[in-house]
Design a protein around this ligand. Structure first.
Ligand code: GLA
Length: 350
């Protein structure tokens, strides 16, 4: 990014850092119930170049904008908040950056549910640390990035996306325990080829519906006298009054078990078993959790009909992407069939 940095800021970059987007292989809507999930970093990266400057300025090669920002001031409500927020969080931890020029290049698709904002926050923190010669562990980086999103950007997300970006490693899945925030890297054998496909319809009406799901899950735990659904069993769920709260809780408890079974399938090198768990997860998210859409359902069905071992919506739902496990060596032919049945869809990663 050196030539672009020089052209835009008249300076040489002093440091360059990057962080990936992520996809949840399995384990959705479990994090806020202290459950398990299994993200994996994507090959797509957000890169950040940084140098000391006269004032805080940021440029994006994605949208061509150059804007000023102020980490000690109020959020502006634009993409520079994802740069100002992390710099403000570093300052709270005693790592005060001088005014900097920041250049961002990202091939992580935005609004697709693959954590473009977490990737930017993590890359900014790493660049800031490198600039002043400070160090933090990967988990501390994830915590600071989450704090930036909570405190500065005003989004009450969990730590999952930032952990997946900061702690994840290429070619490895990350089994995250959202009770302790501890992660275990699990190698992904070559027989497991995951594709990520966008259904062509962006996520819609997510916030209200997301909060309603969380409320139902908290209500279920309260009715059962538990701190969270992490401690609930299938027979606890069966004892809940029939209705929406029971269906939501059944998804969470089933999904936690599927994540652990999926890790076992990964470690046993059994893609068929892993794929079957993915498809089960999709129908639980669609039937019990009500977060799928027609386009996502059709895409999952076509992915499986075209020869995938399994497929599921990934992330919050209500649009965005599916993740699917396909036999290696058959990707092109598989995609041609899926695209023919879903002309609006496009590949994020094949
Ligand atoms: C969104 C949230 C995550 C998680 C997923 C669903 O992406 O940011 O914390 O709850 O939905 O698994």
């Amino acid at each position: 990014m050196t030539p672009e940095f020089r052209r835009l800021f008249g300076l040489d970059p002093e440091v360059q850092q990057s962080a990936p987007g992520r996809v949840y292989l399995i384990g959705d809507h479990t994090d806020y119930a202290e459950g398990f999930c299994l993200p994996m970093p994507l090959a797509h990266l957000t890169q950040v170049a940084m140098a000391r400057a006269d004032s805080f300025r940021a440029a994006s090669l994605s949208n061509g904008e150059t804007l000023s920002f102020n980490p000690s001031g109020a959020p502006k409500g634009d993409w520079t908040d994802y740069i100002a927020g992390p710099i403000a969080e570093l300052a709270k931890r005693g790592i005060v950056l001088p005014p900097v020029a920041v250049l961002v290049r990202s091939d992580v698709p935005q609004g697709a549910g693959v954590s473009s904002s977490a990737a930017l926050e993590v890359a900014v923190i790493r660049a800031g640390l490198a600039l002043v010669g400070a160090a933090m562990t990967d988990v501390e980086v994830a915590r600071a990035a989450q704090a930036a999103e909570n405190n500065y950007c005003g989004v009450q997300c969990g730590i999952l996306d930032q952990m997946a970006s900061a702690v994840g490693r290429p070619g490895k899945a990350l089994l995250l325990d959202c009770r302790t925030n501890e992660g275990r890297l699990v190698a992904v054998p070559p027989a497991f080829r995951f594709a990520v496909v966008h259904c062509g319809v962006g996520r819609r009406l997510v916030d209200g519906a997301y909060n309603a799901r969380r409320a139902a899950v908290e209500e279920a735990a309260r009715l059962l006298g538990l701190r969270s659904l992490r401690d609930a069993t299938a027979s606890d769920i069966a004892s809940l009054p029939d209705g929406e709260v029971r269906r939501r809780a059944r998804h969470v408890v089933g999904e936690n078990a599927r994540v652990l079974a999926a890790v076992a399938a990964l470690e046993a090198g059994d893609p068929r078993r892993f794929g079957a768990l993915m498809t089960e997860s999709h129908y639980s998210l669609a039937g019990d959790y009500d977060v799928s859409t027609e386009a996502l359902d059709r895409l999952v069905e076509s992915a499986n009909a075209a020869g995938a071992y399994g497929a599921r919506l990934t992330g919050a739902g209500f649009g965005g992407c599916i993740v699917t496990l396909i036999p290696p060596g058959e990707a092109e032919g598989w995609w041609a069939k899926v695209k023919a049945a879903n002309p609006q869809s496009w590949t994020v990663q094949l």
